[in-house]
Ligand binder design. Structure first.
Ligand SMILES: Nc1ncnc2c1ncn2[C@@H]1O[C@H](COP(=O)(O)OP(=O)(O)OP(=O)(O)O)[C@@H](O)[C@H]1O
Ligand SMILES: [Mg+2]
Length: 176
């Protein structure tokens, strides 16, 4: 069976943050979210919104140089950035990443593709792609579930996206 994906496009930073916020709001239990997209795609912007949806009061900033930041919220938020990791295994052992993946909270991992073996079997893959058309720059966000917990989340997120009617976010059908 093909797992359902959700798609949407954004034209502004705030809309990408809002997409994250919608995801954060619907989460009720631990989940790992792997974020993929080039430098400046909007991964940190998305996590900032997701943290807001999880009632994190602190302002989220990029963890690129510290590798992990932890924020208290409705669920604990673990914000990783694997950009600077080489994948030779030393850093992961030192940092003990495994205990958070999956842990008691929501783990957001920028550049998760650097250390793919750390991903648990059930995770949500969020891919952010830049595009340019006659209206200017935009971001295409794809939500691809791997495993039953992530699938449930994507289903609920699809409904939330569809319910939004002010036009700033619109769901795209696969293949459209
Ligand atoms: N539609 C959009 N969604 C998100 N960010 C946007 C959008 N349009 C423009 N931007 C800009 O793109 C940048 C995204 O930065 P951000 O730090 O979130 O990227 P990143 O994917 O985390 O990069 P890095 O790999 O360096 O961590 C911000 O400067 C933001 O203002
Ligand atoms: Mg970032």
């Amino acid at each position: 069976m093909q797992q359902a994906e959700a798609f949407l496009t954004t034209r502004k930073e705030e809309d990408t943050a809002y997409a994250g916020e919608m995801l954060g709001r619907i989460l009720t239990g631990p989940l790992t979210v792997a974020l993929e997209g080039e430098l400046g795609a909007g991964k940190t912007v998305f996590v900032r919104g997701a943290a807001r949806g999880l009632d994190v009061k602190e302002q989220v900033s990029s963890p690129t140089f510290v590798l992990l930041k932890i924020y208290p919220g409705r669920l604990p938020v673990y914000h990783f950035d694997f950009y600077r990791l080489s994948g030779d295994g030393d850093e992961e052992l030192e940092l003990g990443f495994e205990e958070y993946l999956p842990g008691d909270g929501v783990a957001f991992i920028e550049w998760a593709g650097r250390l793919p073996h750390l991903l648990p079997p059930d995770y949500l893959h969020v891919i952010i792609e830049l595009f340019h058309d006659r209206f200017g720059d935009g971001r295409r966000l794809r939500f691809i579930p791997h495993g039953p917990a992530a699938e449930q989340v994507v289903e609920t997120l699809s409904e939330a996206i569809t319910r939004r009617t002010d036009g700033s976010l619109h769901r795209e059908q696969p293949g459209s």
